[in-house]
Ligand binder design. Structure first.
Ligand code: PXP
Length: 243
């Protein structure tokens, strides 16, 4: 059955809007866990626009479930991951000017670097997932370099407008998931998932973990993060094939 990691980056975005000390993502993480989240996801960006080093350090000490650190393969960030040792890293591409992660990591192109990072993470006992388009070459490169999991990018599905486009994107996610499983990879999914569009993705068999951020934090502003998390878990459970 698929489980939820709440991405709490945008709790930190609100804090950073005033460069103050509230709301604290560490408090938010505890609330998400109390609501039943399987894990907490944060992206330590090179520009530190939301999550800061202090957040990751404290979360490492306080998260009782699973801490998933999203990060680029830039050397200073890889070093931080080696020091902090989250349970899992999800490797993402990163551009300074982007609003959020755009596109997946080109694992095929950066295979050498990826293999090095995987080796270093494994040495510290950290699981490695790559955030990729549901594309055979990217999945194969993730498997070849020794990754444990892939996170299939659901952004193209989330942005699809017509019924036909939505079906096509879902079919790509299903075949990507099947190919990843054939390659002995665990399969996660995330990006752009909301309370409105989660159902068909949750219904895909053998997706193991969802990383969802913006939609949950947006709802949390109105209903509180514990309730917002619980509502997303309820939807995932309702639509996940439970056999
Ligand atoms: N997965 C990855 C790899 C991401 O980069 C992000 C955004 O930080 C998410 C999931 C969550 O996306 P969203 O905020 O759209 O739910």
């Amino acid at each position: 059955m698929a489980v939820l990691n709440v991405n709490i980056d945008h709790v930190a975005t609100v804090r950073q809007a005033r460069l103050t000390d509230e709301p604290d993502p560490v408090w938010a993480a505890a609330q998400c866990e109390l609501a039943g989240a399987n894990g907490i996801t944060v992206h330590l960006r090179q520009d530190r626009r939301h999550i800061c080093d202090r957040d990751v350090r404290l979360l490492k000490d306080t998260v009782a479930s699973k801490l998933n650190l999203e990060m680029s393969m830039a050397e200073p960030i890889v070093k931080i991951a080696e020091q902090i040792r989250p349970d899992q890293v999800t490797l993402v591409p990163e551009k300074r000017a982007e609003l959020t992660t755009e596109g997946g990591l080109d694992c095929d192109r950066y295979k050498r670097r990826l293999a090095q990072v995987v080796k270093r993470m494994h040495k510290k006992g950290i699981l490695v997932s790559t955030f990729i388009a549901p594309d055979k070459a990217q999945i194969a490169a993730s498997a070849e370099t020794g990754c444990d999991a892939v996170e299939l990018h659901t952004g193209m599905y989330a942005n699809a407008k017509s019924e036909r486009a939505i079906k096509r994107r879902l079919a790509q996610l299903v075949s990507g998931k099947d190919f990843a499983l054939e390659n002995n990879l665990i399969v996660h999914a995330g990006h752009g998932l909301t309370y409105r569009n989660i159902a068909p993705v949750a219904a895909i068999r053998n997706l193991c973990e969802f990383n969802i951020g913006h939609s949950i934090v947006a709802r949390a502003v109105l209903v509180g993060i514990r309730q917002a998390t619980a509502q997303m878990i309820e939807l995932i459970n309702r639509y996940t094939n439970q056999d």
